[in-house]
Design a protein around this ligand. Structure first.
Ligand code: HEC
Length: 486
């Protein structure tokens, strides 16, 4: 390593002259005297701040407030610019090689508006200013300083207790030990001493420089590595320090797995068990059938019976019924609007003579009936059923009309729910029709929740009831209202 020029450490070197004064007023007066004599590098030390000492020392106005102001203004423009770029810059405008993101239209508000941007702006001004004030204070005070020659003076220790000191630095252009000493004494000093450079070496051991340099270099490696990684494409996922549940082993449905002997990723149901929340033992609710109290395992038995009941072959409806539904579909428009829509009197249910007996259908829904439920039923019916059965349930939905128009030979018309045999059905049977379908009609239990299926069943019954409604059935208020509308 090249030899550095250093002051000769063995020759004691004067660093300055220190003088103690009896009080704050004396210190201010002395400081004024010295600066008046032309001394520039004069420092005052006191246990507490003294008014007027800056002025007496002719200390230059500190730079820090201006630096903090600059930082605050920087915060202001950074915040406004950032928010403009993020929210309001024309889409895909290029800025420093980056393309601006979307303009967000939120409740018709302007893309850029000062009031909306104040909070972030305020925060950034405070952030920039306070950080600058804190670190600026350290920098301007040349902190942290590990040691100061003044600390070697016994007397100086009182500076934080009850001592008032003036120090004239040897770097002052006017400095000479003798003249400075006498100037300080003349200004009323109680005691004066010269501060010397320590006789022994005061440089750090060379090792420490090396260790410092190496650890600084090592500390720079991670940020450099991150910066490089951020701009380099990578085929592997980025390194994640906190994984949480970002990545975990999982099996997609219907895939193979080597984990289990049978090669399936999903486990089949264990026979005789029921998943949590799957205990559907309420036969009224889930099957529309009164429970059979006398039979053990009522639900399973009822389910089995129902399955065989629903499995009856697709027997075509008896002639009468088919004609009836076809008619209803054909003249759907009129029937929906006028009274001619009364269901055919002699319609017979399409029954297979070998069909199993009817289950014990419930006649009331398994939950309290509310107006909200009826509304829900109407809405769901119009979504799921009206396409085939028509909004009034006459079997004249748009699909049915179109099929008739195309004269589809295999088309089975949707049943008119006002057909007599349907109007006689208990609600449990309608619920079962919706859930499991009937003959050509598919079941809807996969699409429609059990509550909604009950709501639709109720609405179907409401539609049927409507057909036989009399004037007396309408509340007087509503009736009057209707009359007035007429
Ligand atoms: C894709 C068209 C289609 C949709 C949607 C549809 N149905 Fe049907 N529905 C039919 C057909 C077709 C029949 C007659 C089946 C047969 O006789 O083979 C029928 C029959 C019926 C019957 C008479 C059952 C009986 O006992 O004969 C009722 C009640 C019924 N549907 C209610 C509904 C309800 C409620 C919905 C809504 C959840 C619905 N349907 C949705 C086509 C449909």
């Amino acid at each position: 390593m090249a030899k550095k020029k250093k002051p000769d450490n063995n020759e004691p070197q004067t660093l300055g002259v220190l003088a103690q004064y009896s009080g704050a007023d004396e210190l201010v007066a002395a400081a004024r005297k010295l600066t008046d004599q032309g001394y520039k590098k004069v420092e005052a030390f006191s246990p507490f701040p003294i008014h007027g000492i800056d002025e007496a020392l002719k200390a230059p106005a500190p730079l820090l407030p201006w630096v903090v102001l600059g930082a605050g203004l920087t915060g202001l423009f950074v915040a406004l610019g950032m928010q403009y770029y993020m929210n309001a810059a024309p889409e895909n405008a290029e800025l420093f090689g980056y393309y601006s993101p979307y303009q967000f239209k939120i409740s018709g508000k302007p893309f850029f508006s000062l009031p909306a941007n104040i909070p972030v702006t305020f925060e950034l001004i405070i952030l920039f200013s306070s950080l600058t004030a804190f670190f600026g204070m350290l920098v301007f005070n040349k902190l942290p300083t590990l040691s100061n020659p003044l600390f070697r003076s016994e007397r100086f220790r009182k500076a934080t207790d009850n001592g008032f000191f003036l120090y004239v630095d040897a770097k002052d252009p006017k400095f000479a030990v003798n003249s400075a000493t006498s100037a300080l004494s003349n200004a009323g000093a109680e005691a004066v001493e010269t501060i010397e450079q320590e006789a022994t070496g005061h440089t750090l051991p060379g090792m420490i420089h090396w260790v410092g340099a190496l650890s600084t270099a090592a500390a720079l490696l991670p940020p450099l590595w991150m910066a490089a990684a951020a701009t380099r494409p990578s085929a592997t996922p980025r390194y994640s320090i906190f994984w949480d549940m970002d990545y975990q082993d999982k099996f997609k449905p219907q895939t193979q797995s080597t984990l289990f002997a049978d090669g399936r990723s999903a486990r089949p149901h264990v026979p005789g068990t029921i998943g949590r929340g799957g205990m559907r033992d309420d036969t009224r609710m889930y099957l529309g059938i009164e429970p059979d109290a006398e039979v053990a395992g009522s639900r399973l038995r009822t389910e089995a019976l129902l399955a065989s009941y629903n499995a009856q072959p697709d027997a075509p409806p008896a002639d009468g019924a088919e004609e009836d539904t076809a008619d209803a579909s054909a003249e759907g428009e009129e029937s929906a609007s006028d009274e001619a829509a009364t269901p055919a009197a002699a319609a017979t249910p399409p029954v297979d003579p070998n069909a199993p007996p009817e289950p014990n259908w419930v006649t009331l829904p398994p939950m309290p009936v509310t107006e909200a439920m009826m509304d829900r039923g109407q809405q769901r019916f119009n979504i799921y059923c009206a396409a085939c059965h028509g909004r009034g349930g006459f079997g004249d939905g748009l699909i049915a009309q179109r099929a008739l128009q195309l004269q589809q030979p295999t088309w089975v018309p949707p049943t008119n729910v006002h057909t007599e045999y349907v109007t006689k059905q208990p609600i449990g049977k309608i619920f079962n029709t919706i859930s499991n379908g009937i003959r050509k009609m598919p079941g809807y239990k996969e699409q429609i929740s059990v509550e909604d299926r009950w709501a639709i069943s109720l609405y179907v019954q409401a539609l049927q009831r409507e057909q036989t409604a009399k004037e007396a059935d309408v509340p007087t208020e509503t009736l009057q209202q209707l009359r007035r509308q007429k």
